[in-house]
Design a protein around this ligand. Structure first.
Ligand code: ASP
Length: 335
C-alpha cells in the first residue's frame, strides 16, 4: 500500500462555524477520520503545518511547505496538502518553482464547503486528492471537483461553486470519474526533485484601469524589485500618463518589469499593437505570454531569490518550469 503524507494548512475544508464566521479548526487527523474510505486507498500520516485561512498564507508559508515536503520526501510515495481555495493557485505555482521535477505527486486540495456541513465537496475532493497522490502523477497539481490541474496553470474562477478552479491556457492533466483517475497528460519529471529555499517577496502587481497614470507604478517600483503590470487585451500601455518614461527609468534602475493581460484566457502578445510594440522593441520589458499572473508572481519571487542580474533573470523567466510558459518557446520568440 502507498504511504502518503497529509500536510494540513487550514482553509474551508478544515473550518467550523465560529461566532465570527468560518475559521480553520479541525486537525488533519480529524479530516482523515471523517472520510473512512481513505483507508482503502493508502496509508496516511499527518502533519499539522499550519491552520490558516489561506488569505493569511504568504511566501514564508510556501517555504515552510516546501521544506516540510523536502524533509519527508524519501519517506513517502506522495503528498497531499489541504489548503484554502482563495490563494491555492498561488501556492500551487510557488511550490512548482520551489520543488522542480518531482517524480512523486504533490497534490493540493481544499473545499468550498467545510467537511462538517451536510452539503460539502470536502469528502470528494479529499478522496480524489489521495487517489491522485497514490498514482503516477508527477509534480505539483491541484485536484478539485474531479479535475486535475497543473500547479502552474490554476486559477480560482468561482467564489462559491464547487467548480472553483480552471486551468488557464493549458488542458487539465486529467479527471476523476467515479474515483478512477483518467490521466490525460503526464508531467515531465526528474529522477529526484530539485528543492529551492529562497524567495524574494518584493514583487508587486498593478492592474490598469482606464485613466491611470504612472504615479501608481512609480509608487510600487520604489518599494519593490519587480512589477507585473496587468494591461488590457494582448497588451500595451496608455500613451498618455508617462508610462513609457516610467518603464525606461525603472528598467535602468535594475527593476524587473513584466507586462501581462487582465484577460483570463489566451495571454499577451505585445508586438501586435502600436501601444505595446515599443515596450518590446525599445524598452525590452518581459512579457508573460500564456503564463498566469499567479505563476508570474511566484516565478518572479523565485527568480529574484536567486539573482538580481537582469540577463540571468530574463533567461530564467523564459525558461519553462512545469510547463508554465509555452507560447514564446513554441513560437521561437523568447525575448
Ligand atoms: N477563505 C477560505 C480560504 O481560502 C476559502 C476556502 O478555503 O475555500 O482559506
Amino acid at each position: 500500500m502507498k504511504q502518503i503524507l497529509l500536510i494540513g494548512t487550514g482553509g474551508t475544508i478544515a473550518s467550523e462555524m465560529t461566532a465570527n464566521g468560518l475559521a480553520p479548526e479541525l486537525s488533519t487527523r480529524q479530516l482523515v477520520e471523517l472520510v473512512p474510505a481513505l483507508a482503502e486507498i493508502c496509508a496516511i500520516d499527518c502533519v499539522e503545518l499550519l491552520n490558516l485561512d489561506s488569505t493569511n498564507i504568504g511566501p514564508d508559508h510556501w517555504l515552510q511547505m516546501a521544506q516540510c515536503i523536502q524533509e519527508h520526501y524519501d519517506g513517502y510515495d506522495g503528498f497531499v496538502l489541504t489548503h484554502g481555495t482563495d490563494t491555492m493557485a498561488y501556492t500551487a505555482a510557488a511550490l512548482s518553482y520551489l520543488i522542480q521535477g518531482s517524480p512523486k505527486p504533490i497534490v493540493l486540495t481544499g473545499a468550498q464547503k467545510p467537511i462538517g456541513f451536510d452539503t460539502t465537496d470536502s469528502k470528494d475532493n479529499l478522496t480524489d486528492a489521495f487517489r491522485c497522490a497514490a498514482s503516477d502523477l508527477p509534480g505539483v497539481s491541484i485536484v478539485f471537483n474531479h479535475q486535475v490541474i497543473l500547479g502552474t496553470r490554476a486559477r480560482k474562477t468561482h467564489t462559491k461553486s464547487f467548480q472553483a478552479f480552471a486551468s488557464i491556457n493549458y488542458p487539465n492533466l486529467g479527471v476523476l470519474r467515479d474515483g478512477v483517475l483518467m490521466r490525460y497528460i503526464r508531467q515531465d519529471c526528474r529522477e529526484a526533485p530539485v528543492f529551492y529555499s529562497q524567495l524574494n517577496h518584493r514583487v508587486a502587481l498593478l492592474k490598469l484601469i482606464p485613466g491611470v497614470d504612472r504615479a501608481q507604478a512609480d509608487f510600487l517600483l520604489e518599494r519593490n524589485d519587480a512589477l507585473i503590470i496587468e494591461s488590457f487585451g494582448v497588451g500595451g500601455l496608455p500613451e498618455s500618463g508617462g508610462f513609457f518614461d516610467c518603464i525606461r527609468h525603472w528598467r535602468d534602475a535594475g527593476k524587473l518589469l513584466v507586462l501581462t493581460t487582465q484577460v483570463a484566457n489566451e495571454g499577451s502578445d505585445l508586438g501586435v499593437y502600436h501601444v505595446g510594440h515599443r515596450l518590446k522593441s525599445d524598452l525590452r520589458v518581459l512579457e508573460a505570454y500564456d503564463m498566469t499572473t499567479e505563476a508570474v508572481a511566484a516565478k518572479l519571487m523565485w527568480i529574484l531569490g536567486q539573482t538580481r542580474n537582469l540577463s540571468q533573470a530574463k533567461r530564467l523567466f523564459y525558461t519553462p518550469v512545469a510547463r508554465d510558459i509555452l507560447w514564446p518557446v513554441e513560437n521561437g520568440k523568447a525575448n
